[in-house]
Design a protein. Structure first.
Length: 257
């Protein structure tokens, strides 16, 4: 199998989806609405969770995959998690390189973003590189304004995982905000974090590499670099009444800038 990039367009010729498949059979699919990664298959297995309730027609944020949160995380002056995940990004093309296949997307200011309380002029480039065993995601923000640009961004990754087998390594000794217990000064004491109840935590100053066991022998390494401040937000809507496909563990690294 050769490295392959395919696009799907709408009736007007606009790119709606971009998919990459490499020689090893790994693949990734990106929806241009929000530049949301909706599938990543590695070693023959889907690595991401996409809700059965996910809407892919561009009318609402895609539930699952890897949405891009920008320029605001959570509630605030803008709608929840900002506007990047609910805006169509421009597909700039692809490149086959020695390490893998890369595709690039662009989001830039427009009349709608300038009319928001945030209102900066900017360009946000998003590069997605598919290799044999990894997915490398790069965000590059260019300030086109005359004043400092303030933003928060994160890659809101929903991993497909078995809650009962999920183990997170590398958080021992870190401070975190516990939204369930409504505590802002908790400290992680365990070497391994397991999930047996509802959890909603924001860890601070996480290491460059965090390892996660997600069940069935699968292990994921989450790496980040070149960000001034990093953190990790872990959320698991644990309930005995959830069907198996909804018993998910959602792990995403917050990239605070």
């Amino acid at each position: 199998m050769k490295d392959l990039v395919n696009t799907i367009t709408d009736k007007d010729g606009n790119v709606v989806k971009v998919s990459m498949t490499n020689n090893e059979g790994s693949s990734v699919t990106i929806h241009t609405y929000g530049a949301t990664i909706i599938s990543w298959i590695c070693k023959g297995e889907e690595q991401l969770f996409l809700s059965k309730k996910a809407v892919l027609d561009g009318t609402k944020a895609i539930r699952g995959g890897i949405p891009v949160v920008f320029p605001q995380f959570g509630p605030g002056a803008l709608p929840q998690h900002g506007f990047a995940r609910t805006t169509v990004w421009e597909f700039l093309g692809y490149k086959v390189c020695q390490s893998g296949i890369r595709v690039k997307f662009l989001l830039k200011h427009n009349a709608n973003t300038l009319s928001t309380p945030w209102g900066y002029k900017f360009k946000l480039y998003y590069t997605i590189e598919l290799t044999k065993n990894s997915l490398e995601l790069t965000l590059e923000c260019t300030n086109l304004d005359d004043v400092p640009l303030e933003y928060t961004t994160l890659l809101h990754t929903y991993f497909r995982a078995d809650i009962d087998q999920t183990k997170v390594h590398g958080l021992e000794g870190l401070k975190y905000n516990d939204m369930v217990a409504k505590s802002s000064d908790s400290v992680e004491t365990g070497k391994i974090l397991t999930i047996s109840e509802r959890i909603d935590r924001s860890y601070k100053n996480t290491p460059e590499i965090v390892k996660v066991e997600v069940g069935n022998g699968r292990k994921i390494e989450i790496k980040s670099n070149n960000f001034k401040d990093t953190g990790m937000y872990i959320y698991a809507p644990f309930s005995a009444f959830l069907p198996v496909w909804e018993k998910i563990e959602m792990l995403y690294r917050t990239l605070l800038h």
